[in-house]
Design a protein around this ligand. Structure first.
Ligand SMILES: Cc1cc2nc3c(=O)[nH]c(=O)nc-3n(C[C@H](O)[C@H](O)[C@H](O)COP(=O)(O)OP(=O)(O)OC[C@H]3O[C@@H](n4cnc5c(N)ncnc54)[C@H](O)[C@@H]3O)c2cc1C
Length: 308
């Protein structure tokens, strides 16, 4: 794609930016163009410019749920970097779209605000967590969100309440009918409580997470959604694939619904394991597991090696 002149003039926009560097998972090829707008005005300008110039715009957050493919993403990739946390007069708390959920959980505990403790188990941004209705240990975004402000692909600001977000299990309308809308901030119901008590609940969730999931190693969270009445991890484990390695990627030895980047994995290697786990569960149990991870970008011209 010829470099649009307007992008070359916008401060902070970089060319051929390696996205592995911006993803917790550490995998992914380059973005044609990349920027991290810090406020709504800069983000609006980039969205409007992209729409006017016909340049595709892709949002990323912390990359904790997204596999970026090896040939990267064409067009303009944006990571919204407004990370504010603000108490509002009505008692709610507002998070910027770029605020990390674990940070929000810890800050709320310090402020004696209960309700966002589950955020400690979701190592991603507020914006992406609204997009995917993230949840952990019994609470999800849909339970606590009052409303959020989004920008349309043309940069118009719209406020959506919970019903307008159309939440269901790891889903919101931002994934289909409102595709291309960007979450810039969200407001959550919280209530005053003893800081020590909130912190204790937050720590308990963190301890449960450390005990049951790979920790301190790069992963994408749950690879598959849990099918009704069962657990994807149990099914993958029952196929005997726990610990299976392909190149630098490995199905976690701790929890079979996680794939870890243990040695500079390529996206192709990760996808090979995703497909292997899916196909084995289908073959053995007749269950068609649905991916929870999001795949963005373009594969390398030469695909990875055959299924191990
Ligand atoms: C160890 C580990 C444990 C995890 N545990 C959980 C868990 O318990 N529960 C759970 O739900 N998830 C869990 N996850 C997955 C992940 O943390 C969540 O899905 C999180 O909400 C993703 O945030 P992110 O910023 O990393 O998003 P990314 O992976 O960067 O992006 C996800 C999607 O959001 C879109 N997006 C990004 N920013 C915006 C925005 N501002 N507006 C609109 N769309 C946007 C992107 O285009 C992409 O499609 C876990 C992940 C890991 C690595």
């Amino acid at each position: 794609m010829p470099a649009p002149e307007w992008l070359a003039t916008v401060p902070g926009v970089t060319r051929e930016e390696p996205l592995a560097r911006h993803s917790q998972f550490g995998v992914g090829g380059p973005a044609d163009w990349f920027a991290q707008p810090r406020d709504v005005e800069s983000l609006t300008e980039l969205l409007r410019g992209g729409a006017d110039a016909g340049v595709p715009v892709t949002m990323i957050g912390a990359g904790s749920n997204t596999l970026i493919l090896d040939n990267g993403i064409r067009g303009l990739v944006l990571r919204f970097a407004d990370r504010h946390l603000r108490r509002l007069d009505d008692g709610a708390v507002e998070l910027g779209g770029g605020c990390m959920m674990p940070r929000a959980a810890l800050d709320c505990a310090r402020l004696g605000l209960a309700g966002l403790e589950f955020g400690i188990g979701v190592p991603g941004t507020c914006g992406a967590s609204v997009y995917g209705n993230a949840g952990a240990f019994g609470t999800e975004i849909a339970d606590v969100l009052t409303d959020c402000t989004v920008l349309t692909p043309h940069g118009e600001s719209v406020v959506l309440d919970g019903a307008a977000c159309g939440f269901s299990y790891r889903h919101s309308r931002l994934k289909d009918q409102l595709r291309g809308h960007v979450v810039v901030s969200a407001r959550f119901r919280v209530h005053a409580d003893e800081p020590a008590g909130v912190r204790a609940r937050t720590d308990a969730i963190q301890a449960q997470r450390k005990a049951s999931q790979p920790y301190g190693v790069r992963s994408l969270g749950s690879v598959f959604k849990n099918p009704p009445g069962d657990a994807a991890g149990r099914l993958v484990e029952a196929t005997g694939l726990k610990g299976r390695r392909h190149g630098g990627a490995q199905i976690s030895t701790k929890h079979a619904n996680f794939i870890c980047n243990i040695a500079h994995a390529s996206a192709a290697e990760v996808l090979t394991l995703v497909e292997l786990a899916h196909d084995e569960v289908m073959r053995r149990f007749g269950v068609d597991l649905e991916r929870e991870i999001i795949v963005l970008g373009e594969p390398a011209a030469v695909a990875g090696s055959a299924v191990p």
